[in-house]
Design a protein around this ligand. Structure first.
Ligand SMILES: Nc1nc2c(ncn2[C@@H]2O[C@H](COP(=O)(O)OP(=O)(O)OP(=O)(O)O)[C@@H](O)[C@H]2O)c(=O)[nH]1
Ligand SMILES: [Mg+2]
Length: 391
């Protein structure tokens, strides 16, 4: 219970005070007019005194209503702050929406860039059209390098486009079209070139292809009487293939043998290897082949030939006016920096590329893209290099 004493000028005003402060549930338990001891009260302007009481239940109600009033008061006080926080949150919300939109735009741009980079990866190599001494493309003739520079400048250009640009300058004939004898004599091919480049092995591969795949009748003739055992290698292949085989020592003998096998579909002539600087040796081969005007000379050179050696080989064997090139040992040619100079100067198509010792498997019709990859492995891996065995 709450008990309070109030003093005032009139009972009426005291009742109002009691009700205001203690609420409707308050009861005035006593009242009196102030006497002598109330002189001080009188001086202070008070003439009456009341004692008011409020029981516990009413006191709780009073507390509740006070609390409500307090809450309202507090709410009123914090309302401006709440409003400002709300405004701040709204601003932050707007900023977030703005950021989300920007993020979506950036994601879109990123995905487009990513897509473009998949279609045409950015060139990893810088090309200079100048004649720099060293660099990934310094082994290319200036004209080819300039074409690559132009290709690299096209927006979105990548290694594939550069490879295509290079390939478009290379002449490849995708093999030899071996024909069935039409009655005018067989197709005759002679493989010529420096020593040990793979002429005999390649000839055996070609003969195997013509015999086994194309079902053509073949004759093999060798001029290689110069080297001990030179003829034996081919004789063995001829035996395995069931092909006609003969060894000739001179132009006359070659002529006679060619006349003898004129009913065959294809004739392959193996020649002795001669160093390109060995003029007399090369001359011997040229003289013998001169008796066979129907013969198509095929210049056989290793894919990793040095530019200087290529020049020398073309000078020496160019006398035979070869119709096409076979590149050998591509499997051993990690570096083909002499090839551009060879191909540009020779100006004849590459018909086959050999890439191993197996007969007949390691022989492939030439493709310009493969040649381009051999020349510039920075643009695409050389397809003929076998994977290195783990150590
Ligand atoms: N790795 C590799 N080796 C080859 C390839 N072609 C030939 N060879 C090897 O090269 C060596 C010489 O091959 P030949 O066919 O005898 O070469 P050639 O030009 O007839 O030699 P000469 O008659 O002496 O001038 C042999 O060991 C062959 O197995 C090739 O494409 N890759
Ligand atoms: Mg040989």
């Amino acid at each position: 219970m709450i008990v309070r004493r109030y003093r005032g000028k009139s009972l009426e005003s005291l009742r109002e005070t009691v009700q205001r402060e203690l609420g409707e549930g308050a009861v005035i338990v006593s009242s009196r007019k102030l006497g002598a001891e109330g002189l001080m009260g009188k001086i202070a302007g008070a003439e009456f005194e009341v004692v008011a009481a409020l029981d516990d239940a009413s006191a709780e109600e009073l507390d509740d209503s006070r609390q409500e009033a307090l809450v309202e008061k507090v709410a009123g006080a914090v309302k401006p702050q709440v409003m400002s926080i709300r405004r701040e949150i709204k601003m932050q919300d707007d900023k977030l929406v703005d950021l989300e939109e920007k993020m979506a735009t950036m994601c879109d741009q990123l995905s487009r860039i990513e897509k473009r980079s998949h279609q045409a990866p950015a060139p990893v190599i810088s090309i200079s059209s100048g004649g720099e001494a060293k660099g990934p493309f310094s082994h290319l003739p200036a004209e080819w390098r300039e074409a690559l520079v132009a290709a690299a400048r096209v927006p979105g250009a990548g290694p594939t486009q550069l490879l295509d640009s290079l390939a478009s300058r290379l002449s490849a004939a995708d093999g030899i079209l071996f024909r069935r004898n039409s009655g005018e004599g067989p197709d005759v091919f002679a493989l010529v070139g420096p020593t040990g480049v793979g002429k005999t092995t390649t000839l055996a591969k070609l003969a195997a292809f013509a015999t086994l795949r194309r079902k053509l009748s073949c004759a093999l003739i060798t001029l290689d009487t110069f080297r001990v055992g030179g003829a034996d290698q081919l004789r063995e292949y001829a035996r395995l293939l069931g092909a006609d085989f003969s060894v000739v020592f001179s132009g006359d003998e070659l002529r006679r043998q060619l006349d003898r096998v004129k009913d065959r579909d294809v004739v392959f002539i193996d020649t002795q290897g001669r160093a390109s600087r060995d003029r007399a040796g090369v001359e011997t081969v040229c003289k013998i082949l001169a008796t066979a005007p129907e013969c198509t000379p095929v210049l056989t050179l290793p894919a990793n030939i040095r530019a200087g050696d290529a020049q020398q080989a073309l000078k020496a064997w160019g006398r035979l006016d070869p119709a096409c090139l076979i590149l050998t040992k591509a499997d051993e040619s990690g570096c083909c920096d002499g090839l551009p100079s060879l191909l540009q100067q020779a100006a004849i198509p590459v018909v086959y590329i050999t890439h191993g010792q197996r007969v007949p498997e390691d022989l492939q019709p030439a493709r310009a893209e493969s040649l381009a990859a051999m020349i510039c492995p920075e643009l695409a891996p050389n397809p003929f290099l076998p994977a290195e065995n783990p150590e």
